[in-house]
Design a protein around this ligand. Structure first.
Ligand SMILES: Cc1ncc(C[n+]2csc(CCOP(=O)(O)OP(=O)(O)O)c2C)c(N)n1
Ligand SMILES: [Mg+2]
Length: 517
């Protein structure tokens, strides 16, 4: 058998594990790996100009393709830069395989400048961490890491690859390792939940994760139609399929009072790929748990279960399989005119989102009300930040556009959020990705101004206000777009927005629209 080096055998194992993309930002310790990516074809390489772009892109790629990407990161500092979007990806149950380069094993004891505790940095944002120290085992470790990234609806696996393990010779290439299959929900659980739905009023099915897509969502719709139970989704969702032809699902409101109001009559709550509804933050005199005190909670399925099958079994148990579920119908309401504001923007999206759009939402305060007016939009997917660490939308949009190159990606981003990962624009331009970026330029961390009022500071001085303002100087988004190789526009009126948005959507490549609020 031909002799390979450790990196080459790792890449062979990744290819055998159906991994076909690497988002990365390499350094010297990853040069053998990069050289191997160059020699053994089959893995597309995409450069991100900061590691949060790399990890966010891998998150978006998984959400649309269901396949883990590899990220290539440079020692502890490179991984640390990527942690914020790994946090978001972990909360979204996205499968990612991080490959982090490390100094050669014998070099570590000298404490060279870039040396650090990679395992320690990796652990909080990973489900699995391993330093591969034996060149004859490294391809198996890579295959194992790939299988772990695919398990339980997606996990974060971090494989640390010392430089000497990369360059030493081996004849071992591991075959793919089969991921552990999802667990089927037991018949007794299905039967007892079916009985509850049958017996009681005020039952809510709370859907999360894959329950909000495809057949699973249709099954939930049939169950609701047959039994009269309500279906809701969590406040944030990794990817929800909605708009024309899809079952409309109300989202739990972000604010504690709104969520409590939505759930106030609920006596039986059934969790389906969703977590118990809790407040985003604790506030004095407000509860953490959003369900009424006497509400009984049941779990039909978690992300470790085969959620679609659990819903199918429940539907059959309830005799709802031949029921026709109620779905949204695209309705073109009259187009708003005049100033852009949160209401007119919602109506604009409802009317103008193109068919099959992928909407990546980090619109923060501007987008709070976007869900309702887009319920009857054309068919689309809507992605939220699951970990709420800012700077998620632009990188995730990269991954979405690469996973589904023929679909229009629309990124809705607050100006503050966009600044966390603005160099994503460069990768979008370089890869000629089909993304339209809307920047909601209110020149502030507006949501935090509201939070300041809610902690009781009704007349803040410049000390606090300066920490929440993005003016002086004003960020110039059209120039920012141009600097990254992207065409940019600025609009202040809905009429201009409609015109330019339609122009952007009908063109390949990346465009940015600064919405001047
Ligand atoms: C990594 C990270 N840092 C800080 C925050 C706190 N934070 C939450 S919202 C927000 C402001 C968002 O500003 P922008 O995107 O402009 O939206 P706006 O509030 O103006 O609608 C900040 C700083 C966070 N969520 N994540
Ligand atoms: Mg803002």
């Amino acid at each position: 058998m031909a002799t390979l080096n450790g990196s080459q055998s790792t890449i062979k194992a990744l290819l055998a594990s159906d991994i076909s993309i690497c988002f990365g930002n390499p350094g010297t310790s990853e040069m053998h790996f990069l050289a191997a990516l160059d020699q053994i074809k089959g893995i597309r390489c995409v450069l991100g100009l900061h590691e949060s772009i790399v990890t966010g892109a891998a998150d978006g790629y998984y959400r649309l393709s269901g396949k883990p990407a590899v990220t290539l990161l440079h020692l502890a500092p490179g991984l640390a830069n990527g942690l914020s979007n790994l946090h978001n990806a972990k909360k979204a149950n996205s499968g990612i395989l991080n490959i982090v380069g490390e100094h050669a094993t014998y070099h570590l004891k000298y404490d060279a400048p870039l040396s650090g505790d990679i395992e320690g940095v990796a652990r909080p944002m990973s489900h699995w961490v391993k330093t591969s120290t034996d060149v004859d085992r490294v391809s198996h470790d890579a295959a194992l890491a790939a299988s772990i990234a695919k398990e339980k609806s997606g996990q974060i696996a971090t494989l640390i690859l010392p430089a000497d393990v990369s360059w030493l010779s081996t004849e071992v290439i591991s075959p793919a390792v089969d991921p552990m299959p999802l667990k089927r929900v037991e018949a007794s659980v299905i039967q007892s939940i079916a009985k509850t739905i049958h017996q009681y009023k005020n039952v809510v099915l709370l859907l999360g994760g894959v329950a909000l897509r495809g057949k699973a969502l249709a099954y939930a719709g049939k169950i609701a139609e047959k039994t009269g139970c309500r279906i809701l989704s969590e406040g944030q969702n990794a990817r929800i399929e909605r708009g024309h032809g899809r079952v409309a699902v109300q989202r739990l409101p972000f604010d504690v009072k709104g969520a409590q109001e939505t759930l106030k009559d609920t006596q039986h709550l059934i969790l389906i790929g969703a977590k118990l509804p809790i407040a985003f933050f604790a506030y004095p005199n407000l509860p953490s748990l959003l369900i009424p005190q006497n509400c009984e909670v049941f779990t039909l399925a978690t992300h470790e279960n085969f959620v679609e099958l659990a819903l199918e079994d429940l539907m059959v148990e309830l005799g709802a399989q031949n029921i026709v579920e109620k779905t949204s119908v695209f309705t073109l309401n009259s187009m708003p005119t005049g100033d852009v504001n949160t209401d007119s923007l919602g109506q604009f999206l409802g009317a103008c989102l193109p068919d099959n759009a992928i909407v990546v939402d980090e619109a923060v305060s501007t987008g709070r009300g976007f869900f309702k007016p887009t319920e009857q939009a054309r068919q689309h997917d809507w992605l939220n930040s699951m970990g709420s660490s800012l700077g998620y939308a632009l990188p995730v949009a990269i991954g979405c556009a690469i996973a589904q190159p023929d679909r229009p990606v629309v990124a809705l981003v607050g100006d503050g959020s966009a600044m966390f990962s603005v160099q994503s624009l460069w990768t979008m331009a370089r890869e000629n990705l089909n993304v339209t970026v809307l920047i909601f330029a209110n020149k502030a961390y507006k949501i935090l101004k509201n939070e300041l009022v809610s902690v009781g500071l009704t007349s803040p001085t410049q000390t606090a206000l300066n920490m929440l303002s993005l003016s002086s100087p004003t960020l110039d988004w059209v120039s920012m777009a141009k600097a990254h190789g992207v065409e940019g526009f600025r609009v202040g009126k809905i009429e201009a927005l409609v015109k330019i948005f339609n122009h952007c959507i009908n063109q390949r490549g990346t465009q940015l629209i600064e919405v001047d609020l």
